[in-house]
Write a protein that binds this ligand. Structure first.
Ligand code: XMP
Length: 518
C-alpha cells in the first residue's frame, strides 16, 4: 500500500510490542510488526526497512532455539534499536555477553542516570539528572559488544542504555514504549529522526493512497460490504464509495438486536448523507425466532453468526455479480502473534464476524483499513467527513443485545433493555463522561426481584450497568463513577423504564471478567 519509508518491528513476543507501533504511528512513521520466525534475509531485502526495532520478549537468549533475528539485520546499514530482550539479542549476536538474572532481575520502576558522553538518541532526556524508566527483565547484559559504549546506567542495570553511535545501533534494557517510561516517546522520536524518517504518514496521504489502491484492485467490478453501523465498517464503506462510487453496495443486516433508534441512524446516514446504495435487510423475525429458548451463550453466538452469513449471502445475490467483499479489518486483527508453545489458545467467546464468507461465495477481499489502528480509523473517518457523534461511538459487538441479555432472549426483555440503555447513555453524555469511557451499556439480568413503588409491590427485572476504560478491549477496568452519578442514574432508569425495579453497577475488571456478559 505504502510508498513511505518503512520501519520494521521484529516481534519476539513481548506483551507490549503493539505499543511500540502505536508510539511510532503517533510520530507519523509507517511501521509494521512481524514475528521473528517470518523475518528471513529475503524478507528483509523485500521489506527494505529504513530502520529496525527488535522488541522485548519472554525468552532467554540461552534457551534452546532462542528467538533470533536473521544475521542480515545488522548488515543492512540502517539504524537498529533493541529493547529489553532485543538488547540482549543484539549483544549476543554482535559479540557481547548476557547472563542469567537471579539477583539482577528487575521489574518495575527504575531510574537511569547519564554517563558523561552525550548521545543524540537521548536528546531532551535527563533534565533532572536522571530519568524514570520501566524495567522488566530476568537476564541482563554483562558485557557489551565491541563498538558499543554505555550512555546510561541504573542501580541494577549497568548497561541500561548502550549504543554504537557510528553504526547507529542502540540498545536499551528498559521499555520506552510503556506509559511508565514518561520520556519514552521522546526516545522514539529521536530514533526515527536519526534514521531519517520524514514523518509523512498522515491520514490525508493515507486516504489518497487507499483510494488509488482500491481502484487498482477492484477495476470496474462490483463490491459488497456488510455494514454493522460500527465505526470500522462505516469508514471502510465511505472510503470505498469515494473510490468506486456506486460499484459499491452495502448490506445492513438488522438482526433485531440493535439499540434504540440504531437502524434508523445508520440508514439515514448512509442513504441521506452519503447516498451510498444500501440494502436494509430487516431479518429480526428470523433471528429472534431461531434464538427463542436459547440461553447458552455459545449457542447464541453461533446461531447469530450462522444466520448472519445466510442472510448476507441471500441479499448479496441481489447485487448481482459482486466479485469483492469489503471488510473493516484492522491492523490488530492482522498482526500475527508470536506463539512459543505452538498450542491453540482457549476459546473464551466465539466472535461474530463474516469469516468464511469469501470462500463460500467465491469473493475476494477488500480491506482498506488493515494497516490502521482504531484511533487511526477514527482519524480517517474525520478526514472523510463522518460526523463526530458517529466516529466517537463506543464499540458495539456483532451479536448485539443478545449477549447483554443473559439467559433466554425475549422481545419484552430486549425492549426493556433498549430503554434502560438509552437512559444510561443519556446520563453519561449529560455528565460529559462519554469520551472518557471506552464502552458503556446496560445488561438485563435473568432475574426478577421485589420492590415497592408508591404503596404497591413490584416484581420486575434487575439490570446491571457496565462502564469500562480500556485501550483495546483486551484488558479493562471498571469506570469509577461517583455515587451521586450512580444514584441519579438508578433513579432515572427505575422511574423512566417500565419493567426494571433494581439497578446494579458491575465493578468487575477484565480479567477476571469480560467486558460483555456473555
Ligand atoms: P469481551 O466481552 O470479550 O469483549 O471482553 C471485548 C470487546 O469485544 C466486543 N465484542 C465483540 N465484537 N463481535 C464483535 O465485533 C463479537 O462477537 C464480540 N464479542 C465481544 C465487546 O463489545 C468489547 O468491546
Amino acid at each position: 500500500m505504502t510508498q513511505h519509508d518503512r520501519l520494521l518491528i521484529i516481534d519476539f513476543g513481548s506483551q507490549v510490542t503493539q505499543l511500540i507501533a502505536r508510539r511510532l504511528r503517533e510520530l507519523n512513521v509507517y511501521c509494521e510488526i512481524h514475528p521473528f520466525q517470518k523475518v528471513t534475509d529475503a524478507f528483509l531485502q523485500d521489506f527494505a526497512p529504513r530502520a529496525v526495532i527488535l522488541s522485548g520478549g519472554p525468552a532467554s537468549v540461552f534457551a534452546e532455539g532462542a528467538p533470533m533475528p536473521p544475521e542480515g539485520v545488522f548488515n543492512l546499514g540502517v539504524p537498529v534499536l533493541g529493547i529489553c530482550y532485543g538488547q540482549q539479542v543484539m549483544m549476543h549476536c554482535l559479540g557481547g555477553r548476557v547472563e542469567r538474572g537471579h539477583k539482577t532481575a528487575e521489574f518495575g520502576r527504575a531510574y537511569v542516570t547519564p554517563e558523561p558522553e552525550a548521545l543524540p538518541l537521548l536528546e531532551g532526556w535527563f533534565a533532572e539528572g536522571r530519568e524514570q524508566v520501566w524495567m522488566s527483565h530476568g537476564d541482563h547484559v554483562s558485557a557489551i559488544a565491541p563498538g558499543f559504549r554505555v550512555f546510561g546506567t541504573s542501580p541494577n542495570a549497568p548497561f541500561a542504555i548502550t549504543a554504537d553511535p557510528d553504526r547507529h545501533f542502540y540498545a536499551v534494557q528498559f521499555h520506552p514504549e510503556v506509559h511508565h517510561t514518561p520520556k519514552g516517546a521522546k526516545l522514539y522520536e529521536n530514533f526515527v529522526r536519526l534514521a531519517g524518517f520524514k514523518g509523512d504518514w498522515t491520514m490525508d496521504a493515507y486516504r489518497d493512497e487507499a483510494i488509488r489502491k482500491i481502484r487498482e484492485q477492484v477495476g470496474d467490478a462490483k463490491v459488497i460490504c456488510g455494514l454493522s453501523g460500527g465505526v470500522d465498517s462505516s469508514v471502510a464503506a465511505v472510503l470505498i464509495h469515494e473510490a468506486i462510487g456506486d460499484q459499491l453496495t452495502c448490506v445492513f443486516v438488522d438482526h433485531g438486536l440493535l439499540r434504540l433508534g440504531e437502524a434508523e441512524q445508520v440508514l439515514t446516514m448512509f442513504r441521506d448523507t452519503y447516498n451510498i446504495p444500501l440494502i436494509h435487510a430487516d431479518e429480526s423475525d428470523l433471528f429472534l425466532g431461531e434464538l427463542e429458548g436459547v440461553s447458552d451463550p455459545e449457542v447464541k453466538r453461533k446461531t447469530i453468526g450462522r444466520l448472519f452469513i445466510d442472510v448476507f449471502q441471500k441479499h448479496a445475490h441481489e447485487v448481482g455479480g459482486a466479485k469483492f467483499l469489503a471488510q473493516g479489518t484492522l491492523y490488530p486483527d492482522v498482526i500475527e502473534s508470536v506463539s512459543f508453545s505452538g498450542g491453540p489458545s482457549v476459546t473464551i467467546k466465539s466472535h461474530h464476524n463474516v469469516g468464511g464468507l469469501p470462500e463460500k461465495m467465491g469473493l475476494k477481499l477488500v480491506e482498506p483499513l488493515r494497516e490502521l489502528f482504531k484511533d487511526e480509523v477514527r482519524a480517517l473517518g474525520r478526514e472523510l467527513g463522518l460526523p463526530e457523534s458517529f466516529i466517537g461511538r463506543h464499540p458495539f459487538p456483532g451479536p448485539g443485545l443478545a449477549i447483554r441479555c443473559p439467559g433466554e432472549i425475549t422481545r419484552e426483555k430486549l425492549e426493556i433493555l433498549r430503554q434502560a440503555d438509552a437512559v444510561y447513555i443519556d446520563q453519561i453524555r449529560k455528565h460529559g463522561l462519554y469520551d472518557e469511557i471506552w464502552q458503556a451499556f446496560v445488561a438485563i439480568l435473568p432475574v426478577k426481584t421485589v420492590g415497592v413503588m408508591g404503596d404497591g409491590r413490584t416484581y420486575e427485572f434487575a439490570c446491571s450497568l457496565r462502564a469500562v476504560t480500556s485501550v483495546d478491549g483486551m484488558t479493562a477496568d471498571y469506570y469509577p463513577f461517583t455515587h451521586d452519578f450512580l444514584g441519579e442514574t438508578a433513579t432515572r432508569i427505575i422511574n423512566e423504564v417500565r419493567g426494571i425495579n433494581r439497578v446494579m453497577y458491575d465493578i468487575t475488571s477484565k480479567p477476571p471478567g469480560t467486558i460483555e456478559m456473555e
